[in-house]
Design a binder for this molecule. Sequence first.
Ligand SMILES: Cc1cc2nc3c(=O)[nH]c(=O)nc-3n(C[C@H](O)[C@H](O)[C@H](O)COP(=O)(O)O)c2cc1C
Length: 210
Amino acid sequence: MDFKDVLLKRRAVNFFDPKKPVPDKLIKEMIEMAAQAPSSFNLQPWSLIILKTPEEKMRLRKLAWNQPKVSEAPVVFICLADRTGWEKGHPLVEKNFREMVKAGAMKEEQHEWFLNACQGLYGARPEMEQAFACKNAGFFAMALMFAAKHLGVDTHPMDGFDHDAVRKEFQISENYWIPLLMAVGYFDGTKTLLPPKWRKTYDEIVLKSL
Ligand SMILES: Cc1cc2nc3c(=O)[nH]c(=O)nc-3n(C[C@H](O)[C@H](O)[C@H](O)COP(=O)(O)O)c2cc1C
């Protein structure tokens, strides 16, 4: 699908066909495509918990405003944003540094500089950690939705859920924030989707053009 079509045709699909599963191969492909999303220092502080069984989805639905799509969609992602994904000693921070050295983007002796830069940018205040985690995981989530649409799969992002209760129920550790849930599947063709929603105009978006 042409990228403009992906942009225009992606919708938050309220009604999923519960009888139409999404092959694991496609789920893997959409995740691998979305992994190309950009991130701060390429730190990629995102992870997913994938729910597929009716029991697991019902556990989540109870904590997600009882939204039917949580159990009707064949697959639901709990999207995670790692607030510590910039810290010294974090395995992926170290892996990232090694990869940058390997690629020639950094020199070995810049290790301390790199860690201090991360600390200054993301660790100075708790809200910066939160922003770091959620903005990057947000890009990943958007990429997931576009990748899904490209593969002919529909999605629905949701923040209508009890964050702390979901964390507890699924034993998600404190370093993660849960920016959203995402239902994944195929639109139920027997239902009617509302027409495309309004969008802000160029003039409403651009505050200043200096
Ligand atoms: C972060 C985020 C959270 C959302 N949470 C919910 C939700 O809990 N329940 C719901 O029905 N829709 C939710 N939506 C869907 C939006 O209402 C929808 O994306 C918006 O109205 C635009 O419609 P469209 O995606 O079909 O273009 C959410 C969307 C985003 C991006």
